[in-house]
Design a protein around this ligand. Structure first.
Ligand SMILES: [Fe+2]
Length: 379
Protein backbone atom coordinates (compact mmCIF):
# COMPACT_ATOMS: atom_id res chain seq x y z
CA UNK A 1 0.00 0.00 0.00
CA UNK A 2 2.88 2.33 0.79
CA UNK A 3 4.38 3.45 -2.47
CA UNK A 4 7.59 5.39 -2.41
CA UNK A 5 8.72 7.50 -5.30
CA UNK A 6 11.84 5.47 -5.98
CA UNK A 7 9.66 3.02 -7.91
CA UNK A 8 9.14 5.75 -10.53
CA UNK A 9 12.45 7.49 -11.03
CA UNK A 10 10.91 10.40 -12.93
CA UNK A 11 9.06 11.57 -9.83
CA UNK A 12 11.98 11.36 -7.40
CA UNK A 13 12.55 14.83 -6.00
CA UNK A 14 8.97 15.83 -6.73
CA UNK A 15 6.87 13.45 -4.69
CA UNK A 16 8.01 11.55 -1.64
CA UNK A 17 5.04 9.19 -1.95
CA UNK A 18 2.73 8.31 -4.80
CA UNK A 19 -0.80 6.96 -4.38
CA UNK A 20 -3.15 5.89 -7.11
CA UNK A 21 -6.63 7.21 -7.78
CA UNK A 22 -9.12 4.85 -9.33
CA UNK A 23 -10.49 6.36 -12.56
CA UNK A 24 -14.08 5.39 -11.77
CA UNK A 25 -14.53 7.40 -8.56
CA UNK A 26 -13.37 10.51 -6.72
CA UNK A 27 -10.31 10.17 -4.56
CA UNK A 28 -11.43 10.93 -1.00
CA UNK A 29 -9.09 12.47 1.54
CA UNK A 30 -10.26 12.55 5.14
CA UNK A 31 -8.58 15.13 7.38
CA UNK A 32 -8.52 14.54 11.15
CA UNK A 33 -7.72 17.47 13.42
CA UNK A 34 -6.39 17.65 16.95
CA UNK A 35 -7.06 14.14 18.20
CA UNK A 36 -4.96 15.22 21.17
CA UNK A 37 -4.84 12.16 23.41
CA UNK A 38 -3.31 12.03 26.86
CA UNK A 39 -1.52 8.80 27.70
CA UNK A 40 -3.93 7.95 30.49
CA UNK A 41 -6.91 8.44 28.16
CA UNK A 42 -5.48 6.41 25.32
CA UNK A 43 -4.34 3.54 27.56
CA UNK A 44 -7.65 3.30 29.42
CA UNK A 45 -10.18 1.24 27.48
CA UNK A 46 -13.04 2.82 29.45
CA UNK A 47 -11.93 6.36 28.68
CA UNK A 48 -14.73 8.40 27.03
CA UNK A 49 -12.11 10.55 25.33
CA UNK A 50 -10.36 7.57 23.75
CA UNK A 51 -13.59 5.90 22.78
CA UNK A 52 -15.19 9.05 21.39
CA UNK A 53 -12.12 9.49 19.18
CA UNK A 54 -12.23 5.92 17.89
CA UNK A 55 -16.00 6.15 17.43
CA UNK A 56 -15.64 9.41 15.51
CA UNK A 57 -12.90 8.08 13.22
CA UNK A 58 -14.84 4.90 12.52
CA UNK A 59 -18.02 6.85 11.77
CA UNK A 60 -16.06 9.12 9.44
CA UNK A 61 -14.62 6.14 7.60
CA UNK A 62 -18.05 4.52 7.28
CA UNK A 63 -19.55 7.75 6.00
CA UNK A 64 -16.81 8.87 3.62
CA UNK A 65 -14.89 5.73 2.52
CA UNK A 66 -11.56 7.58 2.38
CA UNK A 67 -8.58 6.61 0.24
CA UNK A 68 -6.15 8.60 2.38
CA UNK A 69 -6.28 10.03 5.92
CA UNK A 70 -4.30 13.14 6.81
CA UNK A 71 -3.79 14.37 10.38
CA UNK A 72 -3.22 18.06 11.03
CA UNK A 73 -1.11 17.32 14.12
CA UNK A 74 -1.49 17.45 17.87
CA UNK A 75 -1.88 13.71 17.74
CA UNK A 76 -1.00 13.83 21.41
CA UNK A 77 -1.88 16.21 24.19
CA UNK A 78 1.16 15.27 26.26
CA UNK A 79 3.81 14.20 23.73
CA UNK A 80 4.18 10.79 25.38
CA UNK A 81 5.82 7.96 23.48
CA UNK A 82 3.02 5.52 24.26
CA UNK A 83 0.44 7.82 22.67
CA UNK A 84 2.47 8.25 19.48
CA UNK A 85 2.90 4.48 19.35
CA UNK A 86 -0.66 3.48 20.21
CA UNK A 87 -2.15 6.06 17.87
CA UNK A 88 0.05 4.76 15.05
CA UNK A 89 -0.93 1.14 15.75
CA UNK A 90 -4.60 2.14 15.73
CA UNK A 91 -4.30 4.17 12.52
CA UNK A 92 -2.39 1.37 10.81
CA UNK A 93 -5.11 -1.11 11.77
CA UNK A 94 -7.57 0.85 9.60
CA UNK A 95 -5.65 -0.33 6.50
CA UNK A 96 -5.86 3.07 4.83
CA UNK A 97 -2.73 5.10 3.96
CA UNK A 98 -2.31 7.92 6.46
CA UNK A 99 0.08 10.78 7.10
CA UNK A 100 0.59 13.50 9.66
CA UNK A 101 2.31 16.76 10.42
CA UNK A 102 3.44 17.53 13.96
CA UNK A 103 1.53 19.92 16.19
CA UNK A 104 2.79 22.04 19.04
CA UNK A 105 1.61 19.48 21.62
CA UNK A 106 3.59 16.80 19.83
CA UNK A 107 6.72 18.84 20.59
CA UNK A 108 6.29 18.50 24.36
CA UNK A 109 9.93 17.33 24.58
CA UNK A 110 11.03 20.92 23.95
CA UNK A 111 9.59 21.96 27.30
CA UNK A 112 9.83 18.66 29.18
CA UNK A 113 12.66 16.67 27.57
CA UNK A 114 12.46 13.85 30.12
CA UNK A 115 8.72 13.48 29.60
CA UNK A 116 7.93 13.92 25.90
CA UNK A 117 9.16 11.61 23.15
CA UNK A 118 12.24 13.06 21.44
CA UNK A 119 11.92 14.42 17.91
CA UNK A 120 14.46 11.90 16.59
CA UNK A 121 12.43 9.06 18.08
CA UNK A 122 9.15 10.51 16.75
CA UNK A 123 10.63 10.76 13.27
CA UNK A 124 12.07 7.23 13.37
CA UNK A 125 8.80 5.74 14.62
CA UNK A 126 6.63 7.46 12.00
CA UNK A 127 9.11 6.85 9.17
CA UNK A 128 9.61 3.14 9.80
CA UNK A 129 7.21 1.94 12.47
CA UNK A 130 3.90 1.67 10.62
CA UNK A 131 3.34 0.07 7.26
CA UNK A 132 0.52 2.41 6.17
CA UNK A 133 2.03 5.64 7.50
CA UNK A 134 3.56 8.08 5.01
CA UNK A 135 6.14 10.29 6.69
CA UNK A 136 9.47 11.87 5.76
CA UNK A 137 11.40 14.05 8.19
CA UNK A 138 12.81 16.07 5.28
CA UNK A 139 15.61 18.64 5.35
CA UNK A 140 16.16 19.77 8.99
CA UNK A 141 16.56 23.35 7.75
CA UNK A 142 12.82 23.28 7.08
CA UNK A 143 11.87 21.79 10.44
CA UNK A 144 10.46 18.28 10.65
CA UNK A 145 7.99 16.54 8.40
CA UNK A 146 8.02 18.47 5.12
CA UNK A 147 7.11 16.06 2.34
CA UNK A 148 4.82 15.63 -0.63
CA UNK A 149 2.28 13.05 -1.69
CA UNK A 150 1.26 12.72 -5.33
CA UNK A 151 -2.07 11.26 -6.38
CA UNK A 152 -2.04 9.84 -9.86
CA UNK A 153 -4.69 8.51 -12.17
CA UNK A 154 -2.92 6.26 -14.60
CA UNK A 155 0.24 8.13 -15.56
CA UNK A 156 -1.22 11.57 -14.80
CA UNK A 157 -0.88 13.34 -11.45
CA UNK A 158 -4.21 14.88 -10.50
CA UNK A 159 -3.33 16.28 -7.07
CA UNK A 160 -0.35 17.01 -4.85
CA UNK A 161 -0.35 17.25 -1.07
CA UNK A 162 2.26 19.36 0.72
CA UNK A 163 2.63 18.27 4.34
CA UNK A 164 4.45 21.19 5.99
CA UNK A 165 5.86 21.97 9.40
CA UNK A 166 4.27 25.16 10.74
CA UNK A 167 6.81 25.26 13.62
CA UNK A 168 5.86 25.43 17.24
CA UNK A 169 7.98 28.46 17.89
CA UNK A 170 10.55 30.28 15.86
CA UNK A 171 12.38 33.57 16.14
CA UNK A 172 10.99 36.42 14.09
CA UNK A 173 12.19 39.98 13.59
CA UNK A 174 9.66 42.46 12.29
CA UNK A 175 10.31 45.32 9.88
CA UNK A 176 11.12 47.65 12.79
CA UNK A 177 13.74 45.29 14.15
CA UNK A 178 11.66 44.01 17.03
CA UNK A 179 12.48 40.44 17.90
CA UNK A 180 9.87 38.05 19.17
CA UNK A 181 8.86 34.45 19.02
CA UNK A 182 6.28 33.69 16.40
CA UNK A 183 4.11 30.65 15.96
CA UNK A 184 3.18 29.30 12.58
CA UNK A 185 5.29 30.62 9.83
CA UNK A 186 6.75 28.97 6.81
CA UNK A 187 10.48 29.64 6.76
CA UNK A 188 12.62 30.66 3.78
CA UNK A 189 13.99 27.14 3.24
CA UNK A 190 10.44 25.78 3.10
CA UNK A 191 9.33 28.45 0.67
CA UNK A 192 12.27 27.69 -1.64
CA UNK A 193 11.47 23.95 -1.42
CA UNK A 194 7.79 24.65 -2.10
CA UNK A 195 8.65 26.72 -5.17
CA UNK A 196 10.99 24.04 -6.55
CA UNK A 197 8.48 21.28 -6.01
CA UNK A 198 5.66 23.23 -7.64
CA UNK A 199 7.82 23.79 -10.71
CA UNK A 200 8.70 20.08 -10.80
CA UNK A 201 5.03 19.12 -10.38
CA UNK A 202 4.10 21.31 -13.33
CA UNK A 203 6.74 19.49 -15.39
CA UNK A 204 4.88 16.28 -14.59
CA UNK A 205 1.54 17.85 -15.55
CA UNK A 206 0.32 18.16 -11.96
CA UNK A 207 -1.55 21.47 -11.73
CA UNK A 208 -3.27 21.42 -8.33
CA UNK A 209 -2.07 21.12 -4.76
CA UNK A 210 -3.21 21.29 -1.15
CA UNK A 211 -1.14 22.33 1.86
CA UNK A 212 -1.65 20.73 5.26
CA UNK A 213 -0.18 22.36 8.38
CA UNK A 214 -0.90 22.21 12.06
CA UNK A 215 -1.08 25.89 12.83
CA UNK A 216 -2.93 28.33 10.61
CA UNK A 217 -0.87 30.06 7.94
CA UNK A 218 -0.69 33.82 7.63
CA UNK A 219 -3.20 33.40 4.82
CA UNK A 220 -5.72 31.88 7.22
CA UNK A 221 -5.54 35.01 9.36
CA UNK A 222 -5.84 37.24 6.28
CA UNK A 223 -8.81 35.27 4.96
CA UNK A 224 -10.76 35.27 8.21
CA UNK A 225 -10.17 38.96 8.78
CA UNK A 226 -11.36 39.66 5.25
CA UNK A 227 -14.49 37.53 5.52
CA UNK A 228 -15.77 38.65 8.91
CA UNK A 229 -17.31 42.10 8.98
CA UNK A 230 -16.65 42.91 12.61
CA UNK A 231 -14.36 40.60 14.49
CA UNK A 232 -14.78 42.32 17.83
CA UNK A 233 -18.54 42.03 17.69
CA UNK A 234 -18.96 38.63 16.22
CA UNK A 235 -16.11 36.26 16.84
CA UNK A 236 -16.82 35.70 20.50
CA UNK A 237 -20.52 35.27 19.79
CA UNK A 238 -20.55 33.11 16.70
CA UNK A 239 -22.63 29.99 16.98
CA UNK A 240 -23.43 27.36 14.39
CA UNK A 241 -26.65 29.15 13.54
CA UNK A 242 -24.65 32.31 12.88
CA UNK A 243 -22.79 30.46 10.15
CA UNK A 244 -26.04 29.12 8.81
CA UNK A 245 -27.52 32.57 8.42
CA UNK A 246 -24.31 34.32 7.53
CA UNK A 247 -24.31 36.58 10.59
CA UNK A 248 -21.12 38.55 10.72
CA UNK A 249 -19.94 37.64 7.24
CA UNK A 250 -19.14 40.18 4.61
CA UNK A 251 -21.61 39.87 1.76
CA UNK A 252 -19.09 38.83 -0.87
CA UNK A 253 -17.91 35.86 1.23
CA UNK A 254 -21.30 34.41 2.18
CA UNK A 255 -21.74 32.19 -0.85
CA UNK A 256 -18.31 30.62 -0.78
CA UNK A 257 -17.52 30.37 2.93
CA UNK A 258 -18.79 28.14 5.70
CA UNK A 259 -18.06 27.04 9.24
CA UNK A 260 -17.38 28.78 12.50
CA UNK A 261 -14.82 31.27 13.69
CA UNK A 262 -15.10 31.20 17.43
CA UNK A 263 -11.68 32.05 18.84
CA UNK A 264 -11.29 35.75 18.68
CA UNK A 265 -8.60 37.36 16.61
CA UNK A 266 -7.72 41.01 16.60
CA UNK A 267 -6.68 43.49 13.97
CA UNK A 268 -2.98 42.82 14.51
CA UNK A 269 -3.52 39.51 12.77
CA UNK A 270 -3.72 37.08 15.64
CA UNK A 271 -5.41 33.78 15.10
CA UNK A 272 -5.97 31.61 18.12
CA UNK A 273 -3.80 33.94 20.19
CA UNK A 274 -0.70 33.40 18.11
CA UNK A 275 1.32 36.05 16.38
CA UNK A 276 1.18 35.89 12.62
CA UNK A 277 3.91 37.93 11.03
CA UNK A 278 3.57 38.03 7.28
CA UNK A 279 6.03 35.35 6.18
CA UNK A 280 5.22 35.96 2.50
CA UNK A 281 3.67 32.53 2.01
CA UNK A 282 0.29 33.83 0.91
CA UNK A 283 1.94 36.00 -1.75
CA UNK A 284 3.98 33.02 -2.89
CA UNK A 285 0.85 30.88 -3.20
CA UNK A 286 -0.91 33.59 -5.17
CA UNK A 287 2.09 34.14 -7.44
CA UNK A 288 2.58 30.48 -8.28
CA UNK A 289 -1.15 29.75 -8.53
CA UNK A 290 -0.75 26.04 -7.86
CA UNK A 291 -2.16 25.54 -4.35
CA UNK A 292 -5.92 26.00 -4.18
CA UNK A 293 -6.47 24.71 -0.64
CA UNK A 294 -4.71 25.10 2.71
CA UNK A 295 -6.02 23.13 5.69
CA UNK A 296 -4.83 23.52 9.26
CA UNK A 297 -5.82 22.35 12.73
CA UNK A 298 -4.81 23.72 16.12
CA UNK A 299 -7.76 25.98 16.99
CA UNK A 300 -10.36 23.50 18.22
CA UNK A 301 -13.18 25.99 18.24
CA UNK A 302 -12.63 27.22 14.69
CA UNK A 303 -13.68 25.37 11.57
CA UNK A 304 -14.14 28.27 9.20
CA UNK A 305 -13.43 27.83 5.49
CA UNK A 306 -12.92 30.94 3.36
CA UNK A 307 -12.09 31.31 -0.31
CA UNK A 308 -9.65 34.22 -0.30
CA UNK A 309 -7.79 35.53 -3.35
CA UNK A 310 -8.04 32.19 -5.13
CA UNK A 311 -7.03 30.01 -2.18
CA UNK A 312 -9.46 28.27 0.15
CA UNK A 313 -8.18 28.55 3.72
CA UNK A 314 -9.83 26.04 6.04
CA UNK A 315 -9.63 25.17 9.70
CA UNK A 316 -10.16 21.41 9.94
CA UNK A 317 -13.08 20.26 12.07
CA UNK A 318 -11.89 18.88 15.41
CA UNK A 319 -11.93 15.10 15.71
CA UNK A 320 -13.05 13.37 18.90
CA UNK A 321 -13.27 14.39 22.54
CA UNK A 322 -9.56 14.62 23.34
CA UNK A 323 -8.74 17.95 24.98
CA UNK A 324 -12.19 18.99 23.99
CA UNK A 325 -13.58 22.42 24.63
CA UNK A 326 -17.01 22.66 26.18
CA UNK A 327 -18.06 24.84 23.28
CA UNK A 328 -17.28 22.13 20.75
CA UNK A 329 -19.26 19.70 22.81
CA UNK A 330 -22.22 21.99 23.37
CA UNK A 331 -22.65 22.70 19.68
CA UNK A 332 -21.73 19.35 18.22
CA UNK A 333 -18.56 20.54 16.50
CA UNK A 334 -17.05 17.10 16.04
CA UNK A 335 -15.95 15.18 12.96
CA UNK A 336 -13.43 15.65 10.19
CA UNK A 337 -12.88 17.50 6.92
CA UNK A 338 -13.29 15.83 3.54
CA UNK A 339 -11.42 16.74 0.37
CA UNK A 340 -12.70 15.17 -2.83
CA UNK A 341 -10.34 14.93 -5.78
CA UNK A 342 -11.54 14.28 -9.32
CA UNK A 343 -9.50 13.97 -12.50
CA UNK A 344 -8.68 17.69 -12.50
CA UNK A 345 -7.82 18.30 -8.85
CA UNK A 346 -9.90 19.16 -5.80
CA UNK A 347 -13.57 19.60 -6.60
CA UNK A 348 -15.09 19.76 -3.11
CA UNK A 349 -14.11 20.38 0.48
CA UNK A 350 -16.56 20.14 3.38
CA UNK A 351 -16.85 19.22 7.03
CA UNK A 352 -18.29 15.82 7.85
CA UNK A 353 -19.99 16.10 11.23
CA UNK A 354 -20.31 13.20 13.67
CA UNK A 355 -22.66 13.68 16.61
CA UNK A 356 -20.94 12.78 19.85
CA UNK A 357 -21.96 9.33 21.07
CA UNK A 358 -24.19 9.01 24.13
CA UNK A 359 -21.42 7.60 26.31
CA UNK A 360 -19.37 10.73 25.72
CA UNK A 361 -22.30 13.01 26.36
CA UNK A 362 -22.96 11.30 29.68
CA UNK A 363 -19.30 11.66 30.66
CA UNK A 364 -19.43 15.44 30.36
CA UNK A 365 -20.39 16.76 33.76
CA UNK A 366 -20.01 20.47 33.33
CA UNK A 367 -23.66 21.14 34.06
CA UNK A 368 -24.65 22.41 30.64
CA UNK A 369 -27.30 21.03 28.34
CA UNK A 370 -25.93 20.33 24.89
CA UNK A 371 -27.82 21.74 21.95
CA UNK A 372 -29.38 18.98 19.87
CA UNK A 373 -27.35 18.06 16.82
CA UNK A 374 -28.77 19.72 13.75
CA UNK A 375 -27.03 18.98 10.46
CA UNK A 376 -28.44 22.19 9.04
CA UNK A 377 -26.57 24.22 11.64
CA UNK A 378 -23.39 22.57 10.59
CA UNK A 379 -23.74 22.66 6.85
FE1 LIG B 1 -2.06 22.94 18.47
Amino acid sequence: MKTECCCRPEVAGTFDFVLEKRPDRDYVILVLSDTQMLAWWWSNEASPERNSLRYTIEELINNTDPDLILCTGDITADGREEVFRDFGVYMDSLEIPWATVWGNHDHTYRIFPDYGMSLADMEALYTNGFKNCLFCAGDPAMGSGNFTIGICEGERFVEAIFMMDSHTVQAYTDADGHEFMSEASINDAQQAWYRERVEAMRQLGCLDSTIVTHQPLTGHAMAFRAALADLDTYTSQLRPDSAKYGVGWREEYKDTSFGIFRVKCDCAGLVCGHIHPDDGMHDLLRTLGHTKNAVCGHCHENNMSVLFEGIRYTHGLKTGGGANSYWNFDFGQNGGTVIRVASDGVTDLYHEYVPYPDFFEKSQCHGKVRAPFDPEYNG
